[in-house]
Design a binder for this molecule. Structure first.
Ligand code: TXA
Ligand code: MG
Length: 329
């Protein structure tokens, strides 16, 4: 199968709609990462997504809808706090989990009685969702366990020959996947951290919990138990306080003749000025936005990435650190 990358216009959207209505999958941009979308109402189409990615069959998918879509067609019991949160943050990088009405394929939620819904803010995503006018089940458009894609080229690198069409909406600005928020209880609970932080949610909803898995408990967001986001090269992560040791290790490996890259925020880059650098930038938004792009760049050029964890730890950095720990094993 030939894989085409096309800009988003009338022609590519018509092709996308044809593919989706015949049970196929199309990659499309969002403000976080690229998604691999299929008709959430079509059992075969949803199963096909799992096959294309090599995704474990117990890791549920998020359903994407356009901003005019009435979600009460798909879910029951939208609590008042969820309505406030939707007003404050949607469209945007916040996925909300509700009790499902079981209107979509059972393969979407992998047997759970809940459904995750996301309204992306990316203009191209909105155009695509409006044009096909169907709820679209979509995981990130990477091979399972690889780094999520933030450009059309990243999608192509992973999925060429496996899908027909990548809609190209440029580089994703958010850079890490959406916050996943359980809205089935009396108090919202963050299952996966992202750009909409627990503090931001608490400011609107009054309260917000953050899910911590206890020993022996059944996971509430199955995706979180898998190794994820890994680049195809060796990786070593140092804490911020150990950055001098990290630089010494980087230098030692270079001496040994290895192709080593030093991944760090800009302030640490300025401190050591490494010759081979993957600079994540300055503030938390910039670091989130650059992380996957730099991991993918790193795996192309390096045998080993030596990384220093960013100094800041709260807010958006909770989500960034969570991804970094998974990427670096
Ligand atoms: O930003 C994003 O969310 C991107 C773009 C494409 O929208 N999508 C994405 O999908 O990251 P994926 O499949 O890579 O991650 C979906 C996450 C997983 O951690 C999964 O366990 C969780 O959402 N999830 C999906 N349905 C759920 C449900 N019913 N209950 C709890 N967690 C759910
Ligand atoms: Mg993913």
């Amino acid at each position: 199968m030939e894989t085409k990358i096309l800009p988003i216009d009338g022609r590519s959207l018509a092709q996308a709609k044809d593919i989706i209505s015949s049970g196929g999958a199309v990659a499309f941009p969002t403000e976080t990462v690229y998604g691999l979308g299929a008709n959430a109402l079509d059992d075969g189409a949803v199963r096909n997504i799992f096959a294309i990615k090599g995704r474990p069959s117990d890791n549920p998918l998020i359903v994407h809808v356009h901003s005019g879509y009435d979600i009460t067609r798909l879910v029951a019991r939208v609590p008042d706090y969820a309505k406030l949160l939707a007003k404050a943050f949607l469209p945007g990088p916040l996925t909300m989990v509700y009790e499902s009405l079981n209107k979509v394929s059972p393969a979407v939620s992998c047997g759970l009685d809940t459904l995750a819904i996301r309204v992306p803010s990316h203009a191209g995503a909105q155009e695509f969702l409006r044009y096909v006018d169907l709820p679209i089940a979509a995981p990130s458009a990477n091979i399972s366990k690889h780094v999520s894609p933030v450009t059309a080229q990243h999608v192509y690198d992973d999925l060429k020959g496996r899908i027909e069409l990548v809609l190209d909406g440029g580089k994703c600005t958010g850079g890490i996947e959406s916050t996943v928020l359980d809205c089935t209880g009396d108090i919202p609970c963050v299952l996966r951290s992202g750009l909409v932080t627990a503090d931001m949610i608490a400011q609107v909803a009054g309260e917000c919990h953050e899910y911590v898995m206890k020993d022996g408990e059944k996971v509430r967001s199955p995706g979180m138990k898998y190794k994820h986001y890994s680049p195809n090269c060796r990786t070593i992560l140092f804490e911020y306080a150990e950055r001098q040791r990290a630089f010494t290790e980087y230098s030692r490996l270079i001496e040994e003749g290895k192709r080593v890259y030093f991944m760090c925020e800009n302030a640490v880059f300025e401190e050591f000025r490494p010759k081979f650098a993957l600079n994540l930038g300055n503030d938390e938004r910039e670091i989130a936005s650059n992380l996957y792009d730099k991991l993918r760049e790193g795996e192309m050029v390096a045998d080993i990435i030596v990384a220093v964890a960013p100094r800041k730890r709260d807010g958006v950095m909770v989500g960034v650190m969570n991804r970094m720990r998974k990427a670096f094993g």
